[in-house]
Design a protein around this ligand. Structure first.
Ligand code: GLV
Length: 379
């Protein structure tokens, strides 16, 4: 893993090791992928301001996220089918996050269930909620998260319907994921991945199997989501969810100032400025472009997090300079998982930690609270 020097190294390795259907599912975006590209391009355009001869010997990266102490302003984002990138992927990623001292968020659409992860790790993790039409099931999911002592509930609000990812259609991504002859041939060329999946405890959506009807029939991902997810979800449901949950709530998927103002009034502990990693509304602005106005409007009322395109510590620094308190990474850690399981995720976190630390020093800041627009330059 030492030879993995940056997130792109992990990506290249994961692309070789993980079957295309699952690698593409995580790696790609919706429609023409304009927003996916914009997330990266807009981050890369932001210039950091080099400063010299400032005492940066005592650097401090620890902070809190939604009231939780963390060693780095970073959390692992919820990833659907994480356990198909590597067997038991959710457990491995959660262990890596907890060893590094940052939060891991389990997706509703995970392979390992809430109970599987809770039984395999030592500390509480976050749970991400998708709201299904069957509200009894949603209530039960929240109760399961409470029983598992999850420390925050992340409500994703930007996926009531699915933005089409062309690669999933072409690759035949189904619910539950179905192994076809073509995939079998590919698996023969990916022995480490295949062995990990065979060792893993599940190969379908662990939180849903046995609870949700329609899981037996093989559907396209889009058809299945259209049948199960509730497109009538609205602000009044947020109250209902908050009441059932009772703990820290994080609302993920905001890109608009008016929506962010509304979210801040729900009593949420944090909001995540996000376009779902360019996987939903193609043509939307990048997360980083949406951040400054949202941070300005609600940053004093609610903690603002950002995800979308974060691939380095320099990117985290850019987001913090523009008003985020912390960031989430999705693909950046999924590449680590595909490249090397738990060690790969640990490496992804370590890379970003070290890049943030060095970039803070070179922009002349030692403490997170001193990061502001002054670390950026227009030139
Ligand atoms: C699920 O959250 C996805 O983006 O596929």
């Amino acid at each position: 893993m030492r030879m993995m020097t940056c997130i792109e190294d992990l990506r290249r390795s994961a692309r070789r090791k993980v079957p295309r259907m699952f690698f593409d599912y995580a790696d790609r975006g919706s429609y023409a992928e304009e927003t996916l590209r914009r997330n990266r391009a807009d981050l890369e355009r932001i210039k950091l301001r080099q400063r010299v001869l400032v005492d940066v010997s005592q650097r401090e990266l620890a902070t809190t996220i939604a009231g939780e102490r963390v060693t780095l302003p970073l959390a692992l984002a919820p990833i659907g089918l994480c356990g198909m990138q590597w067997g038991d992927g959710e457990v491995l990623a959660c262990r890596a996050a907890q060893s590094a001292g940052i939060p891991f968020c389990l997706s509703t659409m995970s392979v390992c269930s809430i109970e599987d992860v809770a039984g395999a790790v030592e500390r509480p993790f976050w749970f991400q909620l998708y709201v299904m039409r069957d509200r009894g099931f949603v209530r039960a999911l929240i109760e399961r998260a409470v029983a598992a002592r999850c420390s925050a509930l992340v409500l994703t609000v930007d996926l009531q319907v699915l933005g089409q990812r062309h690669c999933d259609v072409r690759n035949g991504m189904t619910v539950p994921p179905e192994i076809r002859i073509r995939n079998l041939i590919e698996m023969a060329t990916k022995p480490a991945w295949t062995a990990s999946i065979l060792r893993g405890r599940r190969r379908t959506f662990g939180n849903l199997a046995g609870h949700i009807r329609g899981m037996e029939n093989v559907n396209s991902l889009a058809q299945w989501i259209a049948g199960q997810f509730d497109p009538s979800l609205s602000w009044k449901d947020v109250e209902w969810i908050r009441g059932l949950w009772g703990g820290p709530l994080i609302i993920k998927g905001l890109l608009d100032v008016e929506d962010a103002r509304r979210a801040a009034k729900t009593g949420a502990a944090a909001i995540v400025v996000s376009n779902h990693g360019g996987r939903q509304l193609d043509g939307a602005v990048s997360s980083i472009a949406a951040l400054p106005a949202i941070a300005e409007a609600v940053g004093s009322e609610v903690e603002v997090m950002l995800d979308g395109g974060i691939r380095s510590g320099q990117d985290v620094l850019r987001a913090l300079a523009l008003g985020a308190r912390s960031c989430m990474i999705g693909r950046a850690y999924v590449y680590g998982l595909g490249a090397g399981g738990e060690r790969g995720v640990a490496r992804a976190i370590e890379i970003i930690r070290s890049e943030l630390d060095v970039s803070m020093a070179l922009t002349g800041v030692a403490r997170l609270r001193d990061i502001g627009p002054q670390v950026l330059t227009q030139a």
